[in-house]
Unconditional design. Structure first.
Lengths: 523, 549
């Protein structure tokens, strides 16, 4: 038996989480280092997965298969396609930065007993989320996926509700109330989505008799598993609802601004750059593969919702007074693009969407983490409290600008490639929708540049005049992300090479071919 | 005329009695029940003859041994194949020894054992006058607040009678799901109900509330019993027999020899429908299904918490077992009549329990409404009318009972000057004061909420799967919706424990003896094992999923 690489990639952070949680209360620095080392080791494993993955090989590689709950027809089946491999790498890449950026976020307050160990808990929870996200990318069993898709809500919930920014305009009491409101809202939205999906998962079992993604998809493809049209649609809706809440798609997005606003910047990155990707990934993997006909049936509505999300998110981002909320609405707009790319049902669109997931992860991480450093210095999230920062802390302002420019998809930075692909892919099939979506980019320029202008330029506000520039630890967080943004902006081929075969497979699952270019069609 | 001849004018000579057939009792197969009943009687004798000082130890010892021995007997019977191939009806048709019986008896015995641990806990309350005290009144007969109560406390009296009462209740519960005729069913119902009524009244603190709870439980329970008994009478009139097998034959129309005395009413469907409805009503009362749930919150709140935990777990197991047997063995022929009704009951139970629980401010009441919602989920499995339905319900009951006892055991630990601090506001910030206790309680709450990787999820999935396969898809959808509603209030408690600031005058967490620790530890272990690796137990439930007829 070969080495179970995928299991190891998921199990390492899980074990690390337990070990971190077990570090004695007085040794909190050791807990931090332990978490960092574990997350880096996981990154190494994820890179090995990426290297061992052969883009021209079988659809699912590095597979592992063991019986688990035979009574429910559940197996412990793992395997990665190109999309999953890339997203696992993204996850494993971002976690060390999240750990490092959150180094001091969970140092204990004076209240609480001696046994209260928030630091250990914070880092253990982050690693637990990482483990669950990775295994949900790896799983090729619907039930196994569902279990971790749901279970990751619990550590996420404690991260949002238990840890927030120290400074708050209305004091710690109000901050605590708002945090727990945000955490509960996050949990309830996602739990309701998940439970509705549970009904669909059970329904799928009743129809198909097992949970194996590969078996069901194959049976669907060769016609041996027939689903009545209405059954397929209901099941599709059950799955899609959960993923749309997670992603989040307008109008199911309202938990995201609260959650991102109230949590610390690293946790906000964890939500939007890592956990939410499971939602869009699952649309691509489960909705399209298992329910191709229903996916096509629902496409018009989903595209419209995605476009509304793009414009709505961008418009609301323009109007925000709170930096983190602004980034949250920007993310909603970006998730609109990702979903647009997935459901445009063209290979450019879907490659673009996958690439977009990666790029959005990196660019949001860069922008949000720098924003977090900024907020921790001034103790306020309000844009109006800043001004002239670039004169005091030029490196901070510079990195913030690059993160912002990446968010608005400036050519030369990674998100541009993916946004372009998505728009091209959409335009070839749905020109009107492509045109409307383009306005999202214009608005993105508006909210990013206005944010930069208000916080970084202009006269130096007295409160920020003594602001220190980025420290070494913070630079270590930001610099690699920026390098990656530039590298993938110039040379996205390594990612697209891995992703493209998987996208072709998905396209053939839904029996869609790319529309012919106009020039060729005219011949 | 001779005297004998005169006598024969108005009498006839009976056949001389040559022999009486002694009833054939399979003692070996009934041994789980017999052991527990025997130990209960020994417990009564201990009360009478053993000096007060040593009673506690003697009682705990005898009870623990009896419950373990009973469980061992169940395991031995199951290993011998009585759960599967050798399943049969013992004791002249009164008791069914089959898979569901043995599975549920095993569950009840374990629940009883864990319950016993919490009953025997004596380290939570501060010692009164140098005597360790448990959760039960010093002297149940003394009027609350009176001088005699004071004197009883001062003398260090303890109500060690609870241990035999517990054993009697367990014995009744062992018979209840295996009863194979309606009279045995009724006797078992009374045998386990009466000790429960009594134990509810025995709280050491808040005695008036406890007694009120007991009276409510007793009155409503007596009503339910009366309904059941009336229903049994009607079913007897319908079928001419109280035996499950005969009634089932009459329902199916395959009866062979009709009793001429009953030919007039026999097979009268209105008798069947009304009778069956009344018996089922009595059982639904015991499981706490809406609209027969009214007693649940008051009784759960008022009863001593160890009793609540035991009752919530074991009563549900026994009553669902009896309900399953009644519906699957006696009344499958009229499932088109009872299924729609049970659909309705299941729906309002799930939704009602979940919705009303949202507004609760007392942890015990909250758990009571949660238990109502869970009864609804289990009913969804009952409705499946399939083998999967049976095994999923069995699995759910086993999973649920350990979570429940564990959760109530945690409730006994959180105390302030007035005893247990059950008001939710007092639980604020518990996670900061005692992270371990709060984390354990959070695990139980997540299991109640059915979050994956806990036993609650595996159980919920099993019953919903069975229901969906049985064609009850709308029920599953309503089930997941009420799960979502229910999740809200479980989460609320977690928020309170972890994200709220601790109150300065908040409760403290008592350090329990190894007994309660064992109860809680076992609860957590079972919750996680059944959540992560349920296959072995699902297999067990699957094998046990066939009733003997």
């Amino acid at each position: 038996m070969s080495f179970p690489l995928l299991t190891a990639t998921a199990a390492l952070p899980a074990v690390g989480a337990i070990a971190t949680a077990a570090v004695p209360a007085a040794r909190r620095t050791a807990a931090k280092w332990l978490a960092l080392v574990v997350s880096l080791a996981t990154l190494v494993l994820a890179v090995v997965v990426l290297v061992r993955f052969d883009p021209d090989g079988a659809r699912y590689q590095l597979t592992e298969s063991h019986p688990w709950i035979a009574d429910f027809g559940v197996r412990y089946d793992l395997g990665v396609d190109g999309i999953a491999a890339v997203l696992i790498a993204l996850t494993a890449l971002l976690i060390p930065f999240i750990v490092l950026a959150g180094w001091h976020d969970a140092d204990p307050l004076e209240t609480g007993s001696k046994r209260w160990r928030p630091t250990q808990g914070f880092f253990a929870l982050i690693l637990a989320v990482e483990a669950m996200v990775i295994i949900s990318f790896e799983s090729t069993d619907v039930f196994l996926f569902y279990i971790f898709f749901e279970a990751m809500l619990i550590p996420m919930y404690f991260l949002i509700g238990g840890f927030g920014d120290r400074a708050h305009e209305h004091g710690e009491e109000a901050a605590s109330t708002q945090r727990s409101y945000a955490a509960v809202k996050f949990l309830l939205y996602n739990l309701v989505g998940g439970l509705i999906m549970l009904a669909a998962v059970i329904g799928l079992y009743v129809v198909a008799g097992n949970f194996s993604l590969t078996e069901i998809a194959q049976a669907r493809a060769n016609g041996s598993l027939h689903m009545a049209t209405s059954t397929e649609r209901w099941l599709f809706l059950g799955f899609f609802f959960a993923f749309a809440v997670k992603a989040p798609l307008w109008p199911l997005h309202t938990w995201l601004p609260n959650a991102m606003q109230e949590s610390t910047a690293p946790v906000a990155v964890l939500i939007t750059a890592v956990v939410d990707k499971v939602g869009t990934f699952a649309m691509l993997r489960y909705c399209l593969q298992l329910f191709p006909e229903a996916s096509k049936w629902a496409t018009p509505v989903i595209l419209v919702l995605a476009v509304i999300g793009i414009i709505y998110g961008a418009l609301l981002a323009v109007g925000q007074r709170d930096i983190k909320r602004l980034v949250a609405y920007a993310s909603i707009s970006h998730f609109g693009f990702i979903i647009l790319g997935i459901f445009a049902m063209t290979s450019q669109g879907q490659s673009g969407a996958t690439l977009y997931m990666v790029n959005h992860g990196i660019s949001t991480a860069a922008l949000m983490l720098v924003a977090g450093f900024l907020i921790s210095r001034r103790g306020s999230r309000l844009i109006a409290d800043y001004g002239g920062v670039q004169k005091v802390a030029p490196v901070l302002a510079g990195t913030f600008l690059i993160g912002g420019l990446a968010t608005l998809s400036l050519p030369g930075l990674a998100p541009f490639v993916s946004e372009f692909l998505v728009l091209v892919g959409t335009f070839t099939r749905y020109p009107a929708i492509g045109i409307v979506a383009t306005f999202g980019i214009v608005l993105a320029a508006l909210y990013t540049l206005v944010l930069y202008q208000r916080t970084m330029t202009g006269p130096v506000k007295p409160e920020v005049s003594a602001m220190p520039d980025l420290r070494a630890r913070e630079l270590v967080v930001v610099a690699p992300l920026i390098v990656l943004l530039i590298f993938l902006g110039v040379y996205p081929k390594p990612v697209t090479d891995i992703v493209n075969p998987a996208v072709k497979q998905t396209m053939s699952d839904v029996h869609k071919t790319d529309p012919k270019p106009e020039a060729e069609a005219a011949k | 005329m001779s005297a004998a001849a005169v006598h024969s004018l108005w009498t006839t000579a009976a056949d001389p009695i040559t022999k009486i057939d002694a009833p054939k009792i399979e003692y070996g197969q009934l041994s789980p029940t017999l052991i527990v009943v025997g130990a209960a009687i020994v417990g009564v004798l201990i009360e009478a003859f053993v000096p007060r000082k040593s009673r506690y130890y003697a009682q705990v010892f005898v009870s623990a041994v009896a419950l373990c021995a009973g469980f061992a007997a169940v395991v031995a019977l199951a290993a011998d194949g009585y759960g599967t191939t050798k399943a049969h009806i013992a004791a002249m048709g009164a008791i069914a020894v089959d898979g569901p019986s043995l599975f549920l008896q095993g569950t009840i015995l374990l629940a009883g054992l864990v319950g016993l641990f919490t009953f025997a806990e004596r380290r939570l309350d501060p010692a009164a006058h140098g005597n360790r005290v448990d959760s039960f009144a010093a002297q149940a007969a003394s009027v609350p607040g009176s001088d005699s109560e004071q004197a009883a406390v001062k003398a260090g009296f303890t109500t060690t009678e609870v241990f035999p009462l517990l054993l009697f209740a367990v014995a009744g519960m062992l018979v209840f799901p295996s009863a194979n005729d309606l009279l045995t069913l009724f006797v078992a119902l009374e045998v386990f109900s009466l000790p429960l009524y009594l134990m509810c009244a025995l709280a050491r603190r808040k005695r008036l509330m406890s007694q009120e709870a007991a009276v409510k439980y007793f009155l409503l329970g007596a009503f339910a019993s009366a309904f059941t008994l009336f229903g049994i009478a009607l079913l007897y009139g319908y079928a001419g027999s109280v035996s499950y097998a005969t009634i089932a034959q009459v329902v199916d129309g395959t009866v062979t020899n009709v009793d001429p005395a009953l030919a007039g009413t026999m097979g009268n469907d209105s008798l069947l429908l009304i009778g069956a409805a009344m018996v089922v009503m009595g059982l639904l009362f015991k499981v706490g299904a809406v609209p027969f749930h009214m007693w649940t919150p008051d009784v759960y709140q008022g009863a001593p918490t160890p009793v609540t935990g035991f009752m919530a777990a074991a009563t549900k197991v026994a009553a669902f077992g009896a309900l399953l047997r009644l519906l699957y063995v006696v009344l499958p022929g009229m499932r088109w009549d009872w299924r729609p009704v049970m659909w309705g009951v299941s729906i309002i139970t799930m939704l009602g329990g979940a919705i009303v629980a949202i507004t609760q401010t007392d942890i015990k009441r909250l758990l009571a409404y949660s238990s109502i919602a869970h009864a609804g989920f289990i009913l969804a499995g009952v409705i499946a009318t399939s083998k999967d339905g049976v095994s999923s319900v069995l699995f759910y009951l086993a999973a649920y009972s350990f979570v429940t006892i564990g959760a109530f055991a945690v409730v006994t630990l959180v105390r302030d000057a007035g005893g247990e601090a059950t008001h939710l506001s007092k639980w604020a910030g518990l996670g900061r004061r005692s992270p371990l206790v709060a984390a354990v309680f959070a695990v139980f709450l997540l299991a109640f909420a059915g979050i994956p990787l806990t036993s609650g999820f595996a159980g919920k999935f099993a019953v919903f799967k069975a229901a969906a396969e049985g064609g009850a898809v709308p029920l599953v959808v309503i089930g997941v919706i009420s799960s979502a509603i229910a999740a809200f209030f479980y989460i609320r408690v977690i928020v309170l424990m972890f994200f709220s600031e601790p109150r300065p005058e908040g409760p403290t967490v008592a350090v329990p003896s190894p007994l309660t620790m064992a109860a809680i530890g076992l609860g957590v272990a079972v919750t996680l094992v059944l959540g992560v690796a349920p296959q072995y137990f699902l297999d067990l439930a699957n094998q046990a999923g066939v009733f003997v007829r």
